[in-house]
Design a protein around this ligand. Structure first.
Ligand SMILES: [Mn+2]
Length: 301
């Protein structure tokens, strides 16, 4: 089996990406990088926020096209596609101030290079929402069995067709829900009448779920990815939700803006987003096919 290096959210930090690849003994090859015996799996979010978005896309794309890497689509790539997809009443991702701001560094850095931007969007559309192999799985945000089954049934390999992007205007559709959960994360409603205030003081009625924990056995406070919420330690959800079991194959993902030193959630649950765009780390996991992951295989800069 090929040995794989999973790389977390990059968000336009091309220098960090180059440093990380060199640290893992990849060498420059054309516009990308190559290792004699290993390949990269990018878990998505190449763009937005950082200083060198086009360079990150160029490196990742060159590696994927040369067969030196695989990649899944992150929510930022998915949003960029929507930003450029015309539907009946405007764009699939509306051109609001908030959405412009989220995508603004990427737009500005492609200024004067419309073709490069269009090519990047076209490349994002070739990326699958999940990768599943015998020894591992990879998604951007959540591996939810029901959503992945839906994506497999509707798309086969997890790549949406042009028609399927147009179908995403229907927010009640099975496809829309499966895409949202997979690349933006699984949220779950708090019991009726309950809420908490987030750091910005906004009242929240849902939590971002640690989807690898048993909701029946874990308190709401411990199920929330954002850990400093004001909610009773002893409250449990009444609704049942499937979760990623301890005995399943290793799952790699990004998305969650984790803080501090990279650390596995569990020996089959590996989040690689350590907030490089907020003075954190760009993080990789060097995978050799082991069933139980180890913190010793995390590399970050
Ligand atoms: Mn991200």
């Amino acid at each position: 089996m090929t040995q794989l290096d999973f790389i977390g959210d990059i968000h336009g930090y091309a220098d960090k990406l180059r440093q990380l690849l060199l640290k893992m003994e990849y060498g420059v090859k054309g516009k990308g990088y190559r290792h004699s015996s290993r390949k990269v799996v990018f878990v998505g979010d190449f763009i937005d926020r950082g200083p060198h978005n086009p360079a990150v896309v160029e490196i990742a794309r060159a590696m994927v096209e040369a067969g030196d890497a695989f990649a899944v689509c992150g929510n930022h790539e998915h949003n960029a596609i929507g930003f450029n997809t015309l539907v009946k009443n405007g764009y699939l991702r509306p051109h609001t101030v908030k959405n412009f701001k989220q995508h603004s560094t990427t737009l500005l850095q492609y200024h004067g290079n419309q073709k490069g931007y269009d090519d990047a969007i076209a490349w994002f559309k070739t990326l699958p929402l999940f990768i599943e192999q015998e020894s591992f799985r990879a998604v951007h945000a959540t591996y939810d069995d029901r959503s992945i089954k839906t994506l497999k049934r509707l798309t086969g390999n997890g790549v949406l067709s042009d028609d399927q992007y147009l179908e995403l205007v229907n927010k009640d559709s099975e496809l829309y829900k499966a895409v949202e959960i997979t690349c933006k994360g699984k949220e779950i409603a708090l019991p009726e009448g309950q809420s908490f205030l987030d750091k910005d003081g906004t009242e929240r009625f849902d939590i971002r779920l640690k989807w690898w924990l048993d909701t029946q056995k874990t308190s709401i406070k411990n199920l929330s990815i954002i850990e400093d919420i004001e909610i009773d330690e002893n409250k449990f959800l009444q609704t049942e939700s499937d979760y990623y079991k301890e005995e399943e194959k290793p799952i790699f993902f990004g998305h969650y803006w984790l803080k501090g030193e990279p650390n596995l959630y569990r020996n089959n649950v590996c989040c690689l987003d350590y907030s490089v765009a907020k003075d954190g780390y760009l993080c990789a996991y060097r995978f050799n096919g082991e069933e139980e992951l180890s913190n010793d295989n995390l590399v970050f800069i």
